[in-house]
Write a protein that binds this ligand. Structure first.
Ligand code: GDP
Ligand code: IMO
Ligand code: MG
Length: 429
């Protein structure tokens, strides 16, 4: 029987999803992105070589794998073509493996202009978006005016729809935000290039996935961002504009939810966040700086420094519930090497009450003080360790406590950026 696996972020993104997807693709024939766009930055390190993917699924480095962008993804034609070109320069022919949903919404230059103008106007209340136009593109989708991949195939219709969109968005840009309008010609040129470039990969994705499943092909669904950035369940309004949680897999790909078997929650052994919004366990001290330095915590898409803090079991418990996680893939254990003590947040405190679950309301979360448990660190290196038994006892105790607090078993532990620096506790045969 075909095996299906959802691999998604359990925190605020950048948990190491790319690495885990790349590794598990050894056992898969299809890898599907179902939400987000080129706001994502997924890093793969293979034999010391680093690859960063934004839109293209992290299975692309394997032979014989079909990489799919489902209709829940928002696609910048320019960003997609650039990424394909970059992979080509490295000798990876992405186009041969790629399928793109005809129903996916396009991200176009006016979305980027709106994203930037809006962030600018919000001042210190800004979300801290990646300024890739992701939010405005999803808004156009639900407003039923978006241009979609299929529109690229009919240039006259594309132009008509584009004109209507530009009329509306340029009004907003010039009259409300007082910034420059976006012109039509460069977008038509981009669309024309994309039509020629992508026409052979435009696909009926639900039909493709149903056929793959019927043919016993193993399918991985690759999440972008993380559960706490989900537009419905995250720390709203400091979230992205898509459903990053497991519920988004079926809508974003057209693959029936009854056939989803395992949900793997990727989480760091500590916590990071990039952009604005509450982050109860954030460390603004030397330990925070240490985690950022050792963990090389710099955004793979925007180059922004990531905020760092202790593992937040309250937030991760919520995330495990939201996603019905089967097991955890805990990454970056090695970053904690050498610390004298390690804290785990087990609850929150506000002046009125104690919390053992994440407040639904972000204003409340901003008031929460973490309650910590303190665990002894390990004074040796876990870098590159590949078996559970080789981990220092203190590291095993720490990981077991995380799993216990989250209520989800551990299936994998990552001890380095490289594909092979991984402890497998689950069989993938
Ligand atoms: P993603 O967006 O979830 O795919 O994660 P990113 O690629 O944005 O960020 C994760 C970063 O951590 C990347 O630079 C990875 O190469 C790196 N990484 C992944 N797993 C490990 C690990 O176990 N140890 C260390 N030191 N780095 C890791
Ligand atoms: P991966 O897939 C971390 C954050 C932004 C901002 C918020 C909204 O690499 O884990 P957006 O541009 O989506 O409208 O920004 O979401 N964000 C991410 N943070 N990892 C990501 O992707 C992210 N994609 C968006 O920083 O706070
Ligand atoms: Mg990332």
């Amino acid at each position: 029987m075909a095996r299906t696996m959802v691999i998604l972020g359990g925190q605020w993104g950048d948990e190491g999803k790319g690495k885990i997807v790349d590794l598990l693709t050894e056992k898969a024939q299809v890898v599907v992105r179902f939400q987000g766009g080129h706001n994502a930055g997924h890093t793969l390190v293979i034999d010391g070589k680093r690859h960063v993917l934004h839109l293209i699924p992290s299975g692309i480095l394997h032979e014989g794998v079909t990489c799919v962008l489902g209709q829940g993804v928002v696609i910048s034609p320019q960003a997609l073509m650039d990424e394909i070109d970059l992979l080509n320069q490295k000798g990876i022919s992405a186009l041969e493996k790629l399928k793109v949903s005809s129903a996916a919404v396009l991200v176009l230059p006016y979305h980027v202009a709106l994203d930037k103008a809006r962030e600018q106007a919000q001042g210190d209340k800004a979300v801290g978006t990646t300024c890739r136009g992701i939010g405005p593109a999803y808004e156009d989708k639900v407003a039923r005016r978006a241009l979609r991949v299929v529109d690229l195939l009919t240039p006259s219709l594309f132009e008509q729809k584009l004109e209507k969109n530009l009329e509306f968005h340029n009004f907003m840009l010039t009259q409300y935000y007082k910034v420059a309008p976006v012109s039509k010609e460069p977008i038509l040129e981009e669309a024309e290039r994309a039509r020629k470039y992508l026409s052979n990969v435009i696909t009926d994705v639900p039909a493709l996935l149903a056929t793959s499943y019927a043919q016993n092909q193993n399918i991985i669904f690759e999440g972008a961002q993380g559960a706490l950035l989900d537009v419905d369940h995250g720390t709203y309004p400091y979230v992205t504009s898509s459903n990053t949680t497991a519920g988004g897999v079926a809508t974003g790909s057209g693959f029936g939810p009854r056939y989803l078997q395992e949900i793997i929650g990727v989480t760091k052994a500590y916590c990071t966040r990039v952009g604005g919004g509450p982050f109860p366990t954030e460390l603004k001290d030397n330990i925070g700086k240490h985690l950022a330095e050792v963990g090389k915590e710099v955004g793979a898409t925007t180059g922004r420094p990531r905020r760092c803090g202790w593992f937040d079991a309250v937030a991760m418990r919520r995330s495990a519930q939201l996603n019905s996680m089967t097991w955890l893939a805990i990454t970056k254990l090695d970053v904690l090497d050498g610390l004298k003590e390690i804290k785990i947040c087990t609850g929150y405190r506000t002046p009125e009450k104690m919390w053992d679950n994440l407040p639904v309301d972000c204003e409340q979360l901003a008031l929460c003080e973490p309650i910590y448990e303190i665990w002894p660190g390990w004074q040796s290196s876990t870098q590159g360790i590949r078996t559970w038994g080789d981990l220092p006892k203190a590291a095993r105790n720490y990981l077991e406590r995380l799993a216990q607090l989250v209520g989800t078993p551990i299936g994998m532990v990552s001890t380095g950026a490289d594909r092979r620096d991984t402890i497998m506790l689950t069989s993938f045969e």
